[in-house]
Design a protein around this ligand. Structure first.
Ligand code: DGY
Length: 417
């Protein structure tokens, strides 16, 4: 095991390595642009040693915000041939070239953490971002709710691209002929760690539909072929609303609108309770079917401020089946694939959110998860994700968000913000 000081140094080196000036790419080659939630986590890492840089990360993210409030999941600041699908395929309609969908809204939560590192410097920076965050949260409430739970309109919107949560909804899609295309991801990373061609045909079909409809939300909602109510979206949005309300209170704003949103989502989260698995689950809004997946997103309930006793039992069972939790899919599930992206591997950012939530609720599992994540990263480095059975690193290397959560949470030197 490498010593903690060396790990801190290495994590800072990775953030600087991936810094493109005002924004940070997740890793060179595989992801050469600014990704939405990656960037928010990067800010948490920067905040440990350069608070000003943390703010600029978040400010650059909101420079891509659309007129309707949406903050895109990828912002294409500088064209790069090494990524597909790029800006020509997406045809985003915002102020900067971008994708046309969003991603789990963790920014307000990270803004609050950065603010807490230095409230004096942070006040003006938060004040400038506040209305933008409010507009983005409002966009989710207007366009992404089903029975009070937050939905995704594309697997990439959840950030958990090939999770089994969408298997049924994906199977119901007929992508027809999406035309010829060349994937670039599998030139950077072994294809056994990535989504399949079956997945990519469907991902592209949905992108082409959005671009054809000019990313008009009302038009896209009509006869939507894909809409899944998702614990990632619901729990991160609920948490983000709470943090935004706290920031609003600091700034002296009326937060009653946000409080109403919180109540609506708290109610909506109940519609994600799968009575068969006794666990939070994804629900296909078009058919009402459950995915029956016990995923790491299921365990974001505490991060959202929801304490449900059964979930601690589920967590204990899931952790029992692997060496390093929390796996993106329960290892006892037949669909589990330990090295394939969101179908089994363990992810540092998810652990950080789950562990933080548990600790805030006073559950000792939170500190145990922080410790086991610290062991995983000390022993296996700052990869994108890891096999939960062995810790084997997978996906991209020198990964921004893994380094960031080391600095901001897992490292013994991390100062709780
Ligand atoms: C990818 O290209 O794999 C990304 O996850 C899409 O957001």
């Amino acid at each position: 095991m490498t010593n903690v000081t060396d790990l801190d140094t290495e994590a800072r080196r990775i953030l600087k390595l991936n810094d493109r000036g005002g924004y940070t790419i997740p890793t060179a080659g595989l992801y050469p642009y600014q990704w939405n939630w990656d960037s928010a986590f990067a800010a948490l890492g920067f905040a440990q040693f350069d608070v000003d840089r943390a703010w600029s990360e978040l400010e650059t993210l909101f420079s891509g915000q659309w007129e309707n409030g949406m903050v895109p999941h990828i912002i294409f600041h500088q064209e790069d041939e090494g990524y597909f699908p790029g800006p020509d395929v997406w045809q985003g309609v915002g102020p900067v070239a971008s994708s046309g969908i969003s991603q789990p809204p963790v920014a307000a939560t990270m803004v609050r953490k950065v603010y807490d590192r230095d409230p004096e410097q942070g006040r003006a920076r938060v004040a400038a971002l506040y209305d933008k965050m409010l507009a983005w949260h409002g966009w989710f409430m207007d366009w992404r709710l089903d029975r009070g739970a937050a939905c995704i309109t594309h697997p990439w919107e959840a950030g958990r691209d090939n999770a089994p949560d969408w298997d049924n909804a994906m199977a119901a899609l007929d992508p027809g002929d999406v035309g010829p295309y060349t994937r670039r991801d599998i030139t950077h990373v072994d294809s056994s760690m990535r989504p399949t061609k079956y997945d990519y045909d469907r991902y592209l079909f949905l992108v082409q539909r959005g671009a054809r409809l000019n990313w008009d939300e009302a038009a896209m909602l009509k006869d939507t072929p894909f809409r899944v109510a998702d614990p990632t979206m619901t729990f991160t949005l609920l948490r983000a609303h709470r943090d935004l309300a706290a920031l609003g209170a600091v700034l002296g704003h009326d937060t009653s609108q946000i409080e109403a949103w919180i109540a609506e989502l708290e109610d909506g989260a109940k519609t994600l309770w799968n009575p068969d698995t006794q666990c939070f689950d994804s629900r296909d809004t078009r058919t009402g079917t459950w995915s029956n997946a016990i995923s790491n997103a299921s365990f974001l309930c505490w991060y959202a401020g929801l304490d449900v006793p059964e979930m601690r039992d589920r967590l204990a069972e899931v952790l029992e089946a692997v060496q390093y939790g929390v796996p993106s899919l329960d290892a006892r599930d037949l669909r589990f694939d330990g090295m394939r992206y969101w179908r089994g591997p363990v992810w540092g950012i998810m652990n950080m959110m789950i562990g933080t939530g548990l600790t805030e609720m006073g559950h000792l599992e939170g500190e145990a998860l922080r410790q086991s994540t610290a062991d995983l990263l000390s022993e296996h480095g700052f990869a994108e994700y890891f096999d939960p059975r062995t810790g084997e690193p997978a996906g991209g290397k020198s990964f921004t968000w893994t380094a960031a959560i080391w600095l901001g949470w897992a490292s013994p030197n991390a100062e709780a913000a």
